[in-house]
Design a protein around this ligand. Structure first.
Ligand SMILES: *Cc1c(COP(=O)(O)O)cnc(C)c1O
Length: 409
């Protein structure tokens, strides 16, 4: 079809053949029945592509969403999950085992960081590095290193790892490179371009965009050679090796662990995704205007937004994300005592966690989403005590700037 993402997205599904409905139907069935039991047997044995047997492993509706995410990421296949965390935990629990070593950026989403504690208890060694420089990743390599994990724009610090350098290192060493693309989304970046083997998206955020559906997805980009990966179960080592990784994630991570996306949520995410490029462009423009304004404000100590020239990885953001800085930004006040009063004086941003809603959301980071790890943990992850995270919505830039001006006094 067209090269234009908006054109492709609004024509991605429908009209459906039976009644001409412009949306594909939502499939609620748990069971899928066949007239000839040989057909049912073929589904169980993986010989009937695109057929279903039990909804825990997927439905026509979740499959439609998986097809869309695969296309957006330029991948070879996708497995969807109930949440982004279900997708991430499925990657780590199905592809790593005791004795393996994982290298991760020290700047990751708080719940992902918490999950790494669980992984360590299960016998997987985890090394957290400053992923801004590939040298730190290289220095952490061990013979048992299996996987390297980063986020494209770290939540909430907005720091950007050396995505290209780490990708080249992983390719040279045959390591699985896993990239969390949640904050950028495939509309800003396909991590495949840097050699990522697996890409995770929390569909709850940018893809869905309206704060009313949870979902997650793992996409295989086709870049990784699974035939050399030691943790593929022997039963899954047959047929085309390109499918081995996702087959293991679907069977061990989705079927056995059961974090399945519902058809209803998949439908909502599909509808939300239709406006992805419009929402991203609007929020990014607004975020940049607000960031530039806040950076000059005397009450503000620091503004973290990738499209500001002052951002330490501004050049990466400019070169890699099509000149777009996404909807996430963070700032610090000069006077930390003013944190609560200033946030309370804001009228438009909702005081709420969450990201990439149509409404602007604001949250002080240390006492909420990064509270559990304590002050030392926050310091190790580069989270300042006075950091405020902002998810910029679809309000006008001038309305938001006026609101911040009155709140900052
Ligand atoms: C929100 C988020 C997740 C988890 O996604 P859920 O859908 O909320 O489980 C993972 N990674 C990043 C970067 C996130 O922002």
């Amino acid at each position: 079809m067209s090269d234009d993402l908006s054109t492709r997205l609004v024509h991605a599904t429908g009209p459906e053949p039976q009644f001409g409905g412009v949306h594909a139907p939502i499939h609620p069935s748990v069971q899928y029945a066949y007239g000839d039991v040989q057909d049912l047997i073929a589904v169980f044995q993986g010989k009937a592509k695109g057929a279903f047997n039990y909804a825990r492993q997927g439905t026509p509706t979740t499959a439609a969403l998986e097809g869309l995410v695969t296309e957006l990421e330029g991948g070879i296949g996708t497995v969807s999950f109930a949440t982004g965390m279900a997708a991430l935990s499925a990657i780590f629990l199905t592809l790593l085992k005791a004795g393996d070593h994982l290298i991760t950026s020290s700047r990751v989403f708080g719940n992902t960081n918490s999950f790494f504690g669980t992984l360590q208890d299960l016998g997987v060694a985890v090394t957290k590095v400053d992923a801004g420089n590939v040298a730190a990743v290289e220095a952490a390599l061990r013979p048992e290193t299996r996987m390297v994990f980063v986020e494209t724009i770290a939540n909430p610090s907005t720091r950007i790892p050396d995505l290209a350098g780490i990708g080249a290192l992983c390719q040279a060493r045959g390591l699985l490179y896993v990239v969390d693309n949640t904050v950028t989304s495939p509309a800003l970046l396909q991590p495949k371009r840097f050699g990522a083997g697996l890409v995770m998206n929390s569909l709850t955020k940018t893809l869905s965009g309206h704060g009313e559906a949870l979902g997650g997805a793992v996409t295989d980009t086709g870049c990784f050679d699974w035939s050399g990966y030691p943790n593929i179960f022997s039963g899954y080592r047959s047929g085309d090796p390109r499918g081995w990784g996702l087959q293991q994630i679907r069977k061990k991570g989705l079927r056995d662990m059961g974090g399945t996306l519902s058809s209803e949520a998949a439908h909502r995410i599909l509808v939300g995704a239709e406006t992805l490029p419009l929402r991203l462009a609007r929020s990014s423009d607004t975020a940049l205007a607000l960031a530039r304004h806040l950076e000059k404000h005397p009450a503000i100590a620091a503004v973290h937004y990738p499209m500001l020239e002052s951002h330490p990885e501004h050049a990466r953001a400019r070169d890699w994300f099509g000149g777009c800085g996404s909807w996430m930004m963070a700032f610090e006040l000069r006077d930390p005592e003013q944190l609560v009063p200033v946030i309370n004086r804001l009228r438009l941003p909702l005081k709420a966690t969450g990201l990439a809603d149509t409404r602007t959301l604001i949250i002080p980071v240390a006492p909420t989403i990064f509270w559990e790890m304590g002050r030392a943990g926050r310091e190790a992850m580069g989270i300042a005590e006075g950091l405020v995270r902002l998810s910029v919505g679809l309000e006008s830039a001038s309305d938001l700037i006026a609101d911040f001006d009155q709140a900052l006094g």
